[in-house]
Write a protein that binds this ligand. Sequence first.
Ligand code: ADP
Length: 625
Amino acid sequence: MAKQEFKAESKKLLDMVINSIYSKREVFLRELISNASDAIDKIYYRALTDENITFNQSDYFIKIDANKDDRTLKIIDTGIGMTKEELESNLGTIARSGSFNFKSENELKDGYDIIGQFGVGFYAAFMVADKVSVISRALDSDQAYIWESEGADGYTIEATDRKDVGTEIILSIKENTEDENYDEYLEEYRIKQIVKKYSDFIRYPIKMDVTESKLKEGTEDEYEDVIEEQTINSMVPIWKKNKSELTDEDYENFYAEKHYGFDKPLKHIHLNIDGTVRYHAILYIPESAPFNYYSKEYEKGLELYSNGVLIMEKCADLLPDYFSFVKGMVDSEDLSLNISREMLQHDRQLKIIAKNINKKIKNQLLSILRDDREQYEKFFASFGQQLKFGVYSDYGMNKDELQDLLLFYSSKEKKLVTLKEYVSRMPEEQKYIYYATGDSNERIEKLPQTERLAEKGYEILYFTDEIDEFAIKMIMNYDEKEFRSVSSGDLGIEEDNKETKELEEENKELFNAMKEILADKVKEVKASNRLKSHPVCLTAQGEISIEMEKVINAMPDNQQIQADKVLEINVNHDVFESLKEAYDHDKDKLNLYTNLLYNQALLIEGLPIQDPVDFTNDICKVMVK
Ligand code: ADP
């Protein structure tokens, strides 16, 4: 049969798998064993519903066979096998979805997500082999096929003979080079070591013929080499082991083996619960967000096992959306094996497990926050936004659950702080928890609206995520302290309010005239008590802030909303003198100045100016006069 080419993108990807995706070559074995185990799982699962198939535990195993003479390493399984079409589609099209164009090659090099995303584990074989043959006979089929490939230039598929259902993968191990030792992958001790490290918990026996030196029968000191088939994995799933038997490395290996992520997990939680519902769980808090995390494509969920058998790959009901970043698995003896997805949703046991897990995750996060701030900040950089979405969504139902997990940048501490820390530092007379919104900390730092609060020595939280203010509106108050934007009408500083009233009275006519010039662009023009060095700023009355107006109006298909804007003028600024003079002597000038100031205030807020040409003409007028 003529050689078939891999699909175009596959070549590129194959090259990357071989050269850059995996940091260690030895993981090729983990990938192949994991596929073999999945294939046996599939038969097991079929046997549950199909009475023509009997599943005798002893008939199912994985066998590794290394042959130094012809440099082959075989991985044989008694799993479900592949038909010709499956060989073609599973192994012929690397990156089956065929749409990984959205990532550039360079990004891919350090974004390891691609393997889990598209399933390219099998191709890891090419890291150690210059030729790979796959002989497979599918369940329900009499005909076996052999798939062969020497790497990027394509593959062939031909009919062949194989007595049993299952798959045999034959790797022709590469010759040693100056920098790389490939011989080791044919060594018994090395294979055993790799299996122990990555695949020890696989549920089926991984067998290998092992040569042992044994005392010759009938002699006392004569030894002979005896070849013996041994099972080289312990077969006890890691989650059923005792925590004390396991090292961080074991958990990290399991994380990698399971393709939960390609980062190193930040923390793991291992639960062995023997309560109303008995279950084991291993949960991970990843360090970095998968590239598609904040998109619709991302699917949350934990693997769900019923007494060791995988029944669902992504059980979404086990995790609330706000903890959707958590990876891992749950195994419970109390769940029925062939429970359907619909039934699961109403399953009482599952609900109890989910509730429990939720609590454990939260406590784990709180303890990281308490004990390892640096690590928590890393976590928060990846997933903080999700927590804030969690506060906001479901009408704020989960705010109490989540508010202590939030961090915001503090004007005073110059670092991220919790709400609890903020409140604990508040001076007695400070009424509100202040916050300011903007694109970046640097820009907020410069906002005129913050001047007065900074002078009073009050701490301000900087909100740079679009979701921040929305989330805070849901929380409403923390420890009985209300949140207040630096741009809101009343900052709650008593002495200021009195003073402003007086100034307001004094300059009432001027402000009214300005308000008339601006017509319905603003609700009010008034004297400011929050400005110190700047001449002007915009604030908002009522519930809708200027930031919210910006965010909501930028969303597609959303009704446009308007904040009730107030133009505040710094009466201690020289500009105010010019305004007064213009009001007394030159109405055109007042018109010009008012529009200029209004437009400046818009610019500071990052809002568009209605007519930029008018604005620049106005500036020219001032310059020429
Ligand atoms: P993944 O396992 O992540 O889907 P792989 O590239 O490792 O990606 O494998 C691709 C597919 O090939 C698997 O999903 C499976 O359907 C099939 N496959 C691989 N190895 C075997 C095997 N030993 N037995 C049966 N099917 C297999």
